[in-house]
Write a protein that binds this ligand. Structure first.
Ligand code: NAG
Length: 436
């Protein structure tokens, strides 16, 4: 008797579950786009390398016509040399760099090498080897003139969705990758920085990857380890080359684009080093040479998602007037795991002389998407959607650019948002300085 009751109860439970699933699917059908679920951590096959073999190779721009090659070896005595040339197997040039290592509680990093090479020709494929060891890698330098294309994706992590985002970026013809913070999601587990380095190597060894820090780069343990120790050791950016004293903020020129990387997690008030550096950097921008001004940082200033509301208010109060006065064209941020694009905006209101703000923290990390948006949609917000994906910014000439966002829909890089952006250079916005 009792068994019969149990069976009946079980049947009833199954029936309700099935009905519930059907109802959910039906509700899903009515919305425009049914979002796929989060994906598990992506694991590369275990592939032990000889201790002197270069691993986690990535490159970054390092001042005019120079590139910094970074890699890791287990062998602490491996030399920091890069051999390079314009044909495969023939290395006409050689450069010597520096190396560093760090410890983090019980973890000891491998030797992290940074070697600047150049002067290099523009828009040219180079073949190179690190530490005098195979394998050979290759990269293409960016062009010196328009057109130039940037791939943009933040909050990457290392999940199945990250892999999908990287595969789509690999299919696009881009010159430089821009990453507005949150790289590995190592979150104190240091060997995850190594697996992240391995995961991005195919792309980051072939095109410059320019990154800025997010909250996941901090990894601060009071009295034990300093903040950003792993990030700063591994992802050295051209801060010295751009007159900055911190790897957490810097700038660089590509073709006719001046790009500024700011730090959401270092001081930004009016008396801070970062603020002073930004002001000086903006004053040096010559819009004749670089008609486009692009800025990146991690925590968005314009965000109508429920997630991370108000977190950047202080930074915005301090720095938005500087960017406005300088006529910044486009601002990219991450942090919110979703996509949002604004119209030109300043001081919380649409403004034809303000910047277009784009939140692109949807690279595919393990924390999943930020699905809830504030209602009604603010006047300045044009497009918002919680899906993983990446963006492409194709700068056509001094006045015209095309921006597109591609979501990872069923592993196809579906183009979901596209817009032409005209630069402020010919806009009549009084603030734009052209030096003569
Ligand atoms: C820039 O490109 C746009 C779109 O292709 C074109 O209409 C415009 O004339 C170009 N401007 C210049 C200065 O070449």
């Amino acid at each position: 008797m009792e068994l019969k009751l149990k069976i009946i109860l079980l049947l009833l439970l199954s029936l309700t579950t099935i009905l519930f699933i059907c109802a959910t699917v039906r509700a899903g059908e009515e919305v425009e786009y049914l979002r796929p679920p989060p994906r598990k951590a992506f694991r590369l096959p275990w592939d032990p390398k000889p201790s002197s073999q270069p691993q986690q190779v990535h490159i970054s721009l390092a001042g005019d016509k120079h590139i910094r090659v970074s890699w890791v070896t287990t062998d602490k005595s491996s030399p920091s040399i890069v051999e390079y040339g314009t044909s495969t197997g023939k290395y006409s040039y050689k450069a010597q760099g520096e190396s560093t290592k760090y410890s983090y509680v019980l973890y000891r990093s491998g030797m992290i090498h940074h070697t600047v090479i150049g002067p290099l020709q523009d828009n040219t494929v180079y073949f190179y080897r690190c530490g005098g060891e195979d394998p050979e890698f290759q990269f293409k330098t960016p062009p010196s003139k328009f057109p130039v294309t940037f791939a943009v994706a933040g909050d990457l992590g290392q999940t199945g969705w990250t892999k999908s985002t990287l595969d789509h970026i690999d299919q696009c013809k881009y010159d430089v990758h821009l990453l507005p913070g949150d790289l590995s999601y190592a979150d104190y587990i240091q060997h995850r920085w190594d697996t992240f380095g391995q995961l991005v190597q195919p792309l980051a060894s072939a095109r410059p990857w320019m990154v800025t820090q997010g909250n996941h780069e901090k990894e601060y343990i009071p009295f034990v380890v300093d903040e950003f120790i792993s990030y700063n050791s591994r992802w050295k950016m051209p801060f010295e080359e751009s007159g900055s004293t911190s790897n957490l903020y810097y700038s660089f020129d590509v073709a006719g684009v001046h790009t500024i990387m700011l730090g959401s997690y270092t001081d930004y008030d009016d008396y801070s080093d970062q603020y002073r550096w930004l002001k000086a950097d903006l004053q040096k921008v010559d819009r004749k040479k670089t008609p486009w001004l692009v800025v990146l940082f991690h925590v968005p200033w314009y965000n109508s998602n429920e997630a991370h509301q108000g977190e950047a208010d202080d930074m915005m109060t301090s720095m938005e007037p500087l960017l406005y006065a300088a006529g910044a064209d486009i601002v990219f941020a991450g942090h919110v795991h979703a996509y949002e694009r604004t119209r030109r905006v300043y001081n919380g209101k649409p403004d034809p002389c303000g910047a277009v703000h784009i939140t692109i923290g949807d690279g595919g990390n393990k924390e999943g998407l930020a699905r809830k948006y504030k209602l009604p949609q603010p006047e300045w917000s044009v497009f918002r959607e919680a899906s993983f994906g990446h963006g492409e910014l194709a700068i056509i000439n001094s006045t015209h650019a095309s921006w597109s966002w591609h979501r990872n829909d069923d592993d196809e890089p579906v183009r979901s948002d596209q817009v032409s952006i005209t630069s402020l250079i010919d806009s009549g916005c009084s603030s734009i300085r052209v030096m003569n």
